[in-house]
Design a protein around this ligand. Sequence first.
Ligand SMILES: Cc1cc2nc3c(=O)[nH]c(=O)nc-3n(C[C@H](O)[C@H](O)[C@H](O)COP(=O)(O)OP(=O)(O)OC[C@H]3O[C@@H](n4cnc5c(N)ncnc54)[C@H](O)[C@@H]3O)c2cc1C
Length: 304
Amino acid sequence: MLYDRDSIARALKDLGAKENVPLSELVSFRVGGPAAFVLQPREEATLCRALNVCRAERFPVILLGNGTNVLPPDEGFEGLILQLSGDGSAPAFEGEKVVAGAGCSLTALAKESVQRGLMGLERLCGIPGTVGGAVAMNAGAYGGEIKNVLRRVRCYRDGAFVWEDARLDEMGYRRSPYTWPGTVVTAAELQLMPDDGTAAETMADCMRRRREKQPLSLPSAGSTFKRPEGHFAGALIEGCHLKGCTVGGAQVSELHAGFIVNRGGATAGDIHALIRHVQDVVYGETGVMLEPEVKRLEDLVCIF
Ligand SMILES: Cc1cc2nc3c(=O)[nH]c(=O)nc-3n(C[C@H](O)[C@H](O)[C@H](O)COP(=O)(O)OP(=O)(O)OC[C@H]3O[C@@H](n4cnc5c(N)ncnc54)[C@H](O)[C@@H]3O)c2cc1C
């Protein structure tokens, strides 16, 4: 251990960090051991101070939004989780533009924009992440993606926060240049359009399709695998008769084979083992190697 843990603990607790928090409380899969420290910074200044503390001591950091696309380890994480989620700041609408903090709920933002007579986010309603997580992942659904409305991004660069034009050329399917490790997004400016009269209906339709087709009553991280070129992951998995397949408390959803769910009591190890099993079987039977969309928390560790 190269860092002075006591002095880090003091500095982080002064900023409002909690100690020894189960990761299972921070992620939608509801698995994972304890995180040494968790901080939900309300202001950029606090976020900056926390990053400086960790940089000075080379203490490991992970950035999360709502934790709806990550799988943490059972062993937990000896470091700081910075969670930009639920900061409570209201999005600022001005004409057809809106500036939203990274911790805003994407679904709440989509609903509010439709209520205000704007369209552009209605297909993303129901994605359970934050605005920051959506930018980082280029979240999308039902033919829409955040990239289509993203104009500017507020990021941490060399010790300061700056607005940058969105690097749309570098954004693609579940991919962006704004993702941690390394990049912190604290806000996004979106350019919406006047509603042509279809936004509310489209939003309701997308939400209905989610309720009917997705196992929303069980913990998951949404689609476990990316869509392979020319295929649908769920259809390949179902075609290999893996629906309902279980390892411990982890199960390939009986409702939607593209989702792995925590039926209760799953460990991260169960989920990893099931992911590998599904990959092996699907590869063996179809020749298609499924790539996880869900990120392993271990892969998000950043030491400045
Ligand atoms: C039931 C369910 C349905 C889902 N449906 C969809 C869907 O239809 N479409 C879709 O795209 N996804 C879907 N998802 C996955 C997930 O909600 C999205 O990927 C979402 O954008 C993740 O946001 P988050 O705030 O939870 O990010 P997290 O899961 O916390 O983080 C995801 C990644 O983004 C990084 N990150 C988070 N915040 C920031 C930030 N401020 N700055 C830089 N990097 C950051 C993290 O470090 C991590 O690498 C679904 C998940 C569930 C559980």
